[in-house]
Design a protein around this ligand. Sequence first.
Ligand code: CP3
Length: 349
Amino acid sequence: MTNNGETMAGRERLLAAAGRKPVDTTPVWFMRQAGRCLPEYRALREKHPFLEVARTPELAVEATMMPIDRLGVDGAVLFADIMLPLDGMGVDFEIRPGVGPVIANPIRTAEDIERLRVVDPEEGTPYVLDAIALLSRTLGDRAATLGFAGAPFTLACYLVDGRPTKEYPRTKALMYGRPDLWDALMTKLTEVTARYLEGQVRNGADVVQLFDSWLGLVDPVSYRERVAPYTAAIFERLRGLAPTIHFSTGTVQLLPEIAATRPAMVSVDWRLPLDTAWDVIGPDLGIQGNLDPSMLMAPWKTVESGALDVLRRAGGRTGHIFNLGHGLHPDTDPDQLSRLVHLVHRQGP
Ligand code: CP3
């Protein structure tokens, strides 16, 4: 309950938490909630390839709405992929099932970087903007419309190494050894990403999340000098437009530096208890997290005590969105997820 004793709709609840305001109960959504753990998604994918779903607003919204209808979460993350803005930049890629993004011609030379186009999302990815607008109309107040983009570092990992690897060695070699090329690449990715997120907000995104999934590979000094300035520039562009969430995983060593890029909230994984992570980030930023997605495949009693521990550590402070530390595993049982949403909502602020 809020001060006046009313319950909030999902959108209002999530936006209140993102704005560090009181909530009736903790808002909750899950990364990768629209995806392979839902049978209705798997059925949709039997009829349409992944990129066709992502590039067709009606299909993207259909996939986005599946977990809203089934789980009762407070946020709807657009069904899309971090690779999509590269479409407009002129990069040819595919998403291989069970592998991930694969780039036809990896970006490695000054000429490759020179050729990357810096475009507005209206030109490069109009279907994402249309999908956001349709999603936000479809949702009304039920849940917040969550937009997102990949962060420049993580996009650079795919562009330079060309496919998923454990360590992204070519990307990091470019970062260490060719600061001039690295800056040129990161500057272009930063500009495209900022325009892409601004476009999503103009079209109805309530909150935007920046996914820096492979940041755990970076040391604090390199992060401060070669990555954080670009991230901070994106958050600066969005300040006053919409609350921002920084996502990464395996970045205990970087949390103070991440906080210094000034998102509204920092999404943290399970490697630190939530209260410890919040102490490091500082009281003036919100926090999202941080149940281990693997725990969802353990018996319900384990999930329940794990979730209650997260909430106890949040301690009723304003500015917490309940989430996982990373995306759901495809073989998670959706019933565990709806029980978890009920549990979080039942606990109150
Ligand atoms: O609910 C949601 O979160 C849906 C939207 C979403 C997808 N990808 C759909 C998707 C989001 C937010 C992403 C972001 C994304 N994509 C990230 C950042 C998040 C993270 O997990 O760290 C990254 C690194 C990617 C790149 C990517 N795309 C990977 C690693 C994969 C998985 C490849 C595989 O098959 O295991 C994809 C494909 C992808 N993106 C799928 C989905 C639902 C699976 C495709 C399918 O249906 O087969």
